[in-house]
Design a protein around this ligand. Structure first.
Ligand code: GAF
Length: 390
């Protein structure tokens, strides 16, 4: 989207004049470290160049107006700044509304409304964090527009997560908002979700590309299944605390876990905990491998991550498993796995430059033959985090 297009659309909706600003917040792809962010473990996401754009202009009154170019049939949705509450009828605007609400909850005084026009190029429902990018976008816009200079970009991420947990009732971890707020071009973020310490790792892959495959499948009840996984992990911690002094699964090494895992009484809960512990260690190893340029090892860890998400954490889907299995038969694929919350969505694969076309054609054709669905492929670049564009 160009500056001119955003401004033109904005003025069409809300009239011309005044000080119109345009911001952007990216989506993310997680290379490895799945379902570890609410277990005090590590994650390794990158921000994409795909994301959500927002054009805004402050108003004199206390009304916020939202309009999305992606969901034009909803029209302009008006919200009273002094009376922000979740509303199913308002649909997508519950994400940005929740961010206003969170600032207010934290004691920030917002005394003027604004007109907001949104456009996003993250494929809908793909699990590439369109909602987190919308939250981070709004968090940054509010910070800048009302002069809340004490709010850092990490705070913007935390505000987005708080809003999603408490306003939208989705118990997500911090990964998606953190990646959107803190992303860095050509780098992945190695984040310890226990301490929020992070390090940027250069993704130097001259011979490979990162390819995202969108299965176009999203199984229902994703949010409730996600919240169930989270409570399974909490149960595991409670039982493990009889044997070890921990606050989260991310504190355990594989050896420690193997020694004490028998105190977990339920087989399913034990499997969930196993995933969280092993995945965290895999993520630490993967970052080291990437730093050393050991890309084959990185790929192997990606495949192991997928197996664990499939068998122990049970958040994959038949369609996704098929995509990952197909990739194993192609010689130029380094690694592949489900990315994001799961139950459909996308895979992320590292593919040799000269195999990318074959990857897209062969996997696309076989997937269509098996499921009757057109998978979509995105050969992605790693971009910067949220920022004002114009
Ligand atoms: C979703 C959540 F929003 C993240 O916090 C994370 O838990 C992810 O699923 C799984 O790794 O994207």
């Amino acid at each position: 989207m160009t500056k001119e297009q955003m401004i033109e659309k904005f003025e069409e909706m809300y009239g011309s004049g005044g000080d119109i600003k345009v911001y952007f917040a990216p989506g993310r792809v997680n290379l490895i470290g799945e379902h570890t962010d609410y277990n005090g473990g590590h994650v390794f996401p990158c921000a994409l160049t795909l994301g959500t754009y927002g054009a805004i202009r402050k108003r004199e009154d206390k009304t916020i107006q939202f309009y999305s170019l992606n969901i034009p049939n909803k029209g302009v949705i008006k919200v009273d700044l002094e009376n922000i509450a979740p509303s199913e009828a308002d649909g997508w605007t519950d994400y940005p509304k929740g961010v206003f609400w969170t600032y207010q909850e934290r004691g920030y005084k917002i005394d003027q409304g604004m007109d907001v026009l949104i456009y996003g190029d993250i494929p809908n429902g793909s699990g590439l964090s369109s909602s987190a990018s919308l939250e981070v976008l709004m968090g940054l816009i509010i910070r800048d527009s009302y002069g809340f200079a004490d709010v850092s970009m990490v705070d913007v991420a935390l505000i987005g997560q708080y809003s999603e947990n408490n306003f939208n009732k989705m118990n997500c971890g911090i990964m998606d908002q953190f990646a959107s707020a803190m992303g860095k071009k050509d780098h992945a973020i190695f984040l310890d979700t226990n301490t929020l310490e992070y390090e940027y790792a250069p993704v130097n892959l001259p011979d490979e590309k990162i390819v995202i495959t969108n299965s176009k499948v999203k199984h229902s009840l994703v949010d409730s299944a996600y919240n169930d996984r989270r409570s399974d992990c909490e149960k595991a911690v409670e039982e493990l605390q009889k044997a070890v002094k921990i606050k989260s699964l991310g504190e355990l090494s594989i050896e420690e876990f193997e020694k004490v895992k028998s105190v977990i009484t339920d087989d399913t809960v034990r499997k969930r905990a196993k995933h969280a512990v092993y995945e965290n260690q895999r993520t630490i190893q993967a970052e080291e491998a990437l730093k050393k340029g050991e890309i084959a090892k990185f790929g192997k860890l990606m495949y192991e991550s997928h197996e664990s998400l499939r068998k122990d954490y049970e958040v994959s889907a038949e369609e996704i498993d098929y995509l990952v299995d197909l990739s194993k038969d192609l010689s130029g694929v380094i690694g592949s796995r489900i990315t994001g919350g799961g139950f459909g969505g996308c895979t992320v694969s590292i593919v040799k430059n000269d195999t990318v076309d074959t990857f897209i054609q062969e996997i696309g054709a076989k997937y269509k033959e098996r499921f009757g669905l057109e998978a979509e492929f995105y050969v992605v670049d790693i971009g910067d985090g949220a920022r004002q564009l114009w």
